[in-house]
Design a protein around this ligand. Structure first.
Ligand SMILES: Cc1ncc(COP(=O)(O)O)c(C=O)c1O
Length: 368
């Protein structure tokens, strides 16, 4: 039996008639750009998260870029980002002409280390971008306190954590602005690219709306250099169907994650931390093991997919290494050597999970 990391086709089959009807409704409406589904989906996501405004854009990467642009962040400004993340968090900062300042992450959560943020604030720092990595909320309370004290804007990169809770609040709704991705494999994924900026700040949302359509509020009269970055009507129709299932799917991810944690207790495999007061939504189930290469090989031989997120921390990539010259990031360097994502998705069968558990226990126990 081959076991994938995630199975998007299996998920489609569980909701096929609703998805097919949603797609047909768009085809029959003839309305493909910024139509009623986009508007309704923006309202529904905002209500789900508990924020006032949602603005659909073309991807999670564009959500970050447009949020930064709408905040007026640009050349001469610094934005603090974690060294351990998908590269779009930091490349968005470069795209607007500002400087990403990389900082190390917390070894337990893999999210931004708040003490490292504090140590890297300068007179040029405008914002900090926590990433709720793999579905685990970053430690938002101390970060928000720090941000208030230093008048920094907090931009949450919530691409991987839709539905996660921190202190009873949804991530993306805790900072000044949140950025979502609807990349197909995300917890709420479309059948193509998509993203959203969410915020309680109506003026900020209005600027994102202006920027996503060529920088105009009034057609053909741009007031700023904008983009063509709109959430597609077809994706919005699909995502509206899927949003109704997000809590059920996240709960199922959580249940399977707890089963893995129990099964690997006492082995050399370290499982993700579940912090009191927050809910991890396990976008990816990422274990930590010193002998990663051996485990990868053992699982590959049994047809079990794995993946390394991320093989290079940002400071070790060609694009970002000059920004990190002379500084070290011991935690993110260690994580990039030892983390391994294993299969976890809501539609996984018990038999598939048992197969993964047996293979990992055999491989891990054989070496511990
Ligand atoms: C942490 C993080 N930030 C940003 C992005 C960018 O999202 P997108 O692929 O929708 O542009 C992703 C996902 O791909 C991500 O995982």
């Amino acid at each position: 039996m081959k076991i994938p990391l995630a199975d998007l086709v299996a998920q489609y089959h569980t909701i096929q008639s609703d998805i097919d009807a949603a797609i047909r409704s768009v085809l029959e409406s003839g309305h493909f750009i910024l139509g009623p589904h986009v508007k309704a989906f923006e309202r529904e996501v905002a209500a789900y998260l508990g924020v006032q405004n949602g603005v659909g854009v073309a991807s999670g990467t564009d959500a970050l870029i447009l949020a930064l642009r709408a905040l007026g962040i640009g050349p001469g400004d610094e934005v603090i980002v974690p060294d351990y993340t998908f590269l779009a968090t930091a490349s968005a900062v470069l795209h607007v002409g500002a400087s990403p300042v990389l900082v190390d992450v917390d070894p337990d959560t893999c999210c931004i280390d708040v003490a490292a943020v504090a140590a890297n604030i300068t007179s040029r720092t405008r914002a900090v971008m926590p990433v709720h990595l793999f579905g685990q909320p970053a430690d938002m309370s101390p970060l928000m306190e720090l941000a208030v004290a230093h008048r920094l804007t907090v931009i949450e990169d919530n691409a991987q954590a839709l539905g996660a809770l921190y202190g009873g609040r949804r991530t993306a709704a805790i900072g000044h602005v949140g950025c979502l991705s609807f990349f197909p494999s995300k917890n709420l994924g479309g059948y193509g690219d998509g993203g959203m900026v969410v915020t309680d700040d109506a003026e900020l949302a209005d600027r994102v709306r202006m920027l996503r359509t060529h920088g105009w509020r009034q057609k053909y009269d741009p007031e700023a250099l904008g983009y063509n970055s709109r959430l597609d009507e077809m994706q919005a129709a699909i995502l509206r169907v899927k949003l109704r299932h997000i809590d059920t799917w996240n709960a199922e991810r959580g249940r399977r994650a707890r089963q893995y944690a129990q099964a690997f207790a006492g082995t050399s495999v370290r499982t993700p931390v579940e912090r009191p007061g927050s809910t991890h939504v396990h976008h990816l189930y990422v274990v930590r093991i010193a002998e990663r290469a051996a485990l990868e090989r053992a699982l590959e031989e049994r047809g079990i997919a794995t993946a390394v997120y991320y093989p290079r921390p940002l400071h070790a990539t060609r694009l970002f290494r000059s920004l990190a010259a002379g500084r070290s990031f011991p935690v993110s360097a260690a994580l990039s050597e030892e983390l391994l994502a294993i299969p976890l998705y809501p539609e996984m069968s018990d038999e598939q999970q048992d197969t993964v558990v047996s293979a990992i226990c055999e491989a891990a126990l054989a070496r511990s």
